[in-house]
Design a protein around this ligand. Structure first.
Ligand SMILES: Cc1cc2nc3c(=O)[nH]c(=O)nc-3n(C[C@H](O)[C@H](O)[C@H](O)COP(=O)(O)OP(=O)(O)OC[C@H]3O[C@@H](n4cnc5c(N)ncnc54)[C@H](O)[C@@H]3O)c2cc1C
Length: 446
C-alpha cells in the first residue's frame, strides 16, 4: 500500500499543507477530510457575502474538491468528520455524514487543520437556531439563508470583536436595525487601546448602529435577547465574542495542547506526536515581540503555517518564526490597523514603553480626498526598540501598519524607523510619512 497523508480540515491551513505536499511528493496518497460542504474558502469574505457585495458562497471558494482531485490528485472528502485519532494504530475514525456511517482510515502522516469555533458562553437559550456563530462558510451560508428566508429586521451582535463588528456592518447594510452589546467598556478590547477604540465607537454610532457598552447578554429566546439592561428585539443574534481553537480531537488523542487549548507546535509545525503536524487556527504560535506562545486566528497565519507544515511533511525543511501581531479591518469607512503590543500588552510583557500619538492626514493636507488619521507608536524606554503601533483613520490609513510590522520583524529601534527611505508624493502621504512623524515624536520621549 502507498504511504498516506491524511489532512483533517479542508480550508486554509489544511489545503495549503496538502498542496505543498503534493508538489514535493507526487508518490504520496493524500486524503483531505472536511466535515463541512466546502474547501479552500475565504471565511474573511463572509461579512461581504451577508452584506450583499458577493452574490453567492461559491464565489468565496478558491478551489473546489473537483479541482483538487483533477489538478492535484488530492482525494478531498466532504461531510466527512474525523471524530477520533488512534496514534498507535495510526488510524482516523471518520464519521461520514453523507452516508450516515463510520469508518477507519489508515495514515502514515497526519496534518491537523481543524480551525477554531466561535466562543459560545453557557447562557440560557444560546443553542437556539436564531443564535449564529460565524466561522466556516457553512456558517456564513446558513446565516445568509436565514436573512433571505425570514424576517431579519432586528439583529443583535453579542460582543465587539472584529468579526462581530464586521457582521454588524453587514446586517446594517442589509437594512436591519443592529445593536452591538459588549460587556467591556470598549470594543476590540484585546486588540487596541481605549483611545483608539473610541474612534471605532464613533464610526459605529455614526452609521446608526446602536452600541451598548458595559452591558452583558444574559439569555436568548426566540425574537429576543435579554441583557443586564432588559430585553432587546432580535430576529437573529450573532456571536462576536472571539474564537477558541478546535484542539479537542488532538487533545483527546494525547497530543500536547498549549496554554490556550490550541495544539502546541514547534517552529516546523510539528506536534508532540511523531509524524503529526498542525497549523492554522487550531494551533498555537509564537509572539515575537511578547516572546510567549499565543493563539491567533488569522487567515494570514493559517496560510503561512499550513505551507510550512506541508513542506516539512514532504521531507523538506521550513520554519515559521512566529507573528508580530499584525491585523487590519475596516468598520464603516474607518480603517484600523494594529501590530506588536498595545499599551496593556507591553506592560504585561514587562516593557517600560513610551507612547507617541500623532494626528495627521492620509495624503498631503491640501490634496483632494485627504482624510484624518491617528498613529500611535510604542517604543521601549531607553533602548528605543519599536514595540507596536495602532492606526485609525480614513481611506488609505490602515495598511501603513505594514511598515511597523516590518520594523518589528527586523527588530528596529525608532531611529532606524525615522531613517527608512519611504516613498512620498502628495496623493499618497505628507512628505514625512505618518509612521515616521510618530517615530520622531517617540524619539524625543525616549
Ligand atoms: C467572518 C470572518 C472574517 C475574517 N476576516 C479575516 C481577515 O480579514 N483577515 C484574516 O487574516 N483572517 C480573517 N478571518 C480568519 C480566517 O478566516 C481564519 O483564520 C482562517 O480561515 C483559518 O484557517 P484554518 O484552515 O486554520 O481554519 P478554518 O478556516 O476554520 O478551517 C478549518 C476547517 O476544518 C473543518 N473541520 C474542523 N474539525 C474537523 C474534523 N474533526 N473533521 C473534518 N473537518 C473538520 C471545518 O469544517 C473547517 O472547514 C476571518 C474569519 C471570519 C469567520
Amino acid at each position: 500500500m502507498r504511504e498516506r497523508l491524511v489532512v483533517v480540515g479542508g480550508d486554509a491551513a489544511g489545503m495549503s499543507a496538502a498542496t505543498q505536499v503534493r508538489r514535493r511528493r507526487p508518490d504520496l496518497d493524500v486524503v483531505a477530510l472536511e466535515k463541512g460542504s466546502w474547501t479552500s474558502y475565504s471565511a474573511c469574505g463572509i461579512p461581504y457575502l451577508v452584506a450583499g457585495d458577493v452574490d453567492s458562497p461559491e464565489q468565496l471558494v478558491a478551489r473546489s474538491p473537483e479541482q483538487f482531485r483533477a489538478e492535484h490528485r488530492i482525494d478531498v472528502r466532504l461531510r466527512q468528520e474525523a471524530v477520533a485519532l488512534d496514534l498507535d494504530a495510526r488510524t482516523v475514525e471518520v464519521r461520514d455524514h453523507e452516508h450516515d456511517r463510520t469508518y477507519r482510515l489508515d495514515f502514515d502522516q497526519l496534518m491537523i487543520g481543524t480551525g477554531a469555533h466561535p466562543v459560545r458562553p453557557d447562557l440560557p437559550g444560546i443553542g437556539r437556531p436564531s443564535v449564529y456563530g460565524v466561522q466556516t462558510l457553512d456558517d456564513g451560508a446558513a446565516l445568509l439563508d436565514r436573512a433571505r428566508r425570514a424576517r431579519c429586521d432586528d439583529v443583535v451582535v453579542v460582543g465587539g470583536g472584529y468579526i462581530g463588528l464586521e457582521m454588524a456592518e453587514a446586517f446594517h447594510r442589509r437594512g436591519a436595525r443592529v445593536t452591538i452589546v459588549e460587556g467591556a467598556d470598549r470594543v476590540m478590547s484585546r486588540t487596541v487601546d481605549a483611545d483608539i477604540a473610541a474612534h471605532i465607537h464613533e464610526a459605529i454610532r455614526g452609521l446608526g448602529i446602536e452600541l451598548r457598552l458595559g452591558e452583558r447578554v444574559e439569555s436568548f429566546e426566540d425574537g429576543w435577547v435579554h441583557t443586564s439592561s432588559g430585553p432587546l428585539r432580535a430576529d437573529v443574534a450573532v456571536l462576536g465574542l472571539g474564537v477558541a481553537p478546535n484542539g479537542e480531537l488532538a487533545g483527546a488523542a494525547g497530543i500536547a495542547l498549549g496554554p490556550h487549548g490550541a495544539v502546541h507546535v514547534d517552529r516546523r509545525q510539528r506536534t508532540s506526536a511523531e509524524g503529526v503536524y498542525a497549523a492554522g487556527d487550531c494551533a498555537d504560535t509564537w509572539h515575537r515581540v511578547a516572546r510567549r506562545p499565543i493563539h491567533i486566528a488569522l487567515g494570514t497565519v493559517a496560510n503561512k503555517t499550513g505551507r510550512v507544515a506541508g513542506i516539512n511533511l514532504a521531507g523538506g525543511y521550513a520554519t515559521f518564526p512566529g507573528v508580530v501581531g499584525t491585523a487590519i479591518t475596516k468598520i464603516c469607512s474607518t480603517e484600523l490597523g494594529r501590530t506588536g503590543l498595545t499599551e496593556t500588552e507591553a506592560a504585561e510583557a514587562g516593557y517600560d514603553a513610551v507612547v507617541a500619538r500623532i494626528e495627521v492626514t492620509t495624503r498631503a493636507g491640501y490634496f483632494p480626498g485627504t482624510q484624518p488619521m491617528i498613529v500611535k507608536l510604542l517604543a521601549e524606554k531607553g533602548t528605543g526598540l519599536v514595540l507596536g503601533a495602532q492606526i485609525v483613520g480614513g481611506d488609505g490609513a490602515a495598511k501603513r501598519i505594514d511598515t511597523v510590522a516590518a520594523a518589528l520583524t527586523a527588530g528596529f529601534d525608532v531611529t532606524a524607523l525615522v531613517d527608512l527611505d519611504l516613498a512620498y508624493a502628495p496623493p499618497f502621504s505628507s512628505v514625512w510619512d505618518p509612521i515616521q512623524v510618530a517615530a520622531r515624536q517617540a524619539l524625543g520621549r525616549i
